[in-house]
Structure formats: structure tokens, C-alpha cells
Design a protein around this ligand. Sequence first.
Ligand SMILES: [Zn+2]
Length: 157
Amino acid sequence: MATEKITDIRHMLHWPGHMETDYIYTQGIAGEKFFSEIKENEKIYGGRCNHCGQVFVPPRLYCERCFRKIAEWRNLGSKGVVYTFTVVYIDIDGAKLDEPIMYALITFDGAEGGLIHRLGEIKPHEVQIGMPVEAVFRPQAERTGSINDIRYFKPQS
Ligand SMILES: [Zn+2]
């Protein structure tokens, strides 16, 4: 068989020999900064393009507007606004949840993008678009460097 494209799946073979098959996915440079600031300092960071000034959250390495490398961080604190939300009453199997779960897209002042996260310390009928919220962090010892180091966002007090 001389073709490079496989047209018959029975011709799919593995490579013989000792090929390394372990993959380690990292969070990348921007993700590393983002998650370590949440874990260590309870701060949400965006990346700022110093060509056009746009701030992106979560941070990314390249500006999607001008394709320049982003090398500046912007501390956005831990407070944002509910851009939109949904209330979930059933689980993935269709069974009714004891307590509804609220998910929101949280946006941050001066930044493009946002974080999708749970809402807490609020009832579904109290949630409003545009409502100011703040992150509630897990205790330091329980943090793992993931987005779940933020337990949820609650209404600003
Ligand atoms: Zn830019």
C-alpha cells in the first residue's frame, strides 16, 4: 500500500518500538500566572496587550486583535459582574437536584472575556444580570491551582 491516507481502517497500525506516549499538559505561561495568582493571592489576573491596551480574562499569550504577544498582567481583583446566568434544577440523568445550581458568566471591569462559575449565597430568584459579585475562595490548604480554588461568586457585600 503506497498511499499515505488510510482509506481502510484495517490498515491502521501502531508504530513499533519504544515511543514515548506520556503527555503532560501544562496550563501554559498565561494559565500558570492566572491559576497561581488565584491560589496564592486570591487575585484574578488578566493579560494586557501593550499595543492596543486590551485586557483579556482569562489571560492569553497573544492579543486576538493585533496578534501581538501579551507580556503584561493586570490585577482584576476578585470582584466582577453577572453578565448572564442560568439555573440548573436537574442533574445529567434528569433527576431533580436537592438545591438548584446557578452558573454565571462573570465579567470584570475593563477586561474582555470572563469566567463561567457557580453563584452562591443567593437564591435563584434573587440573581440579576449586572449584579456585582465577588469570588469566595477555598481555604488556602485546600487549593490546588485550579479554577475550583474559587468556590463560587457571591453578591458583593
Ligand atoms: Zn492588542
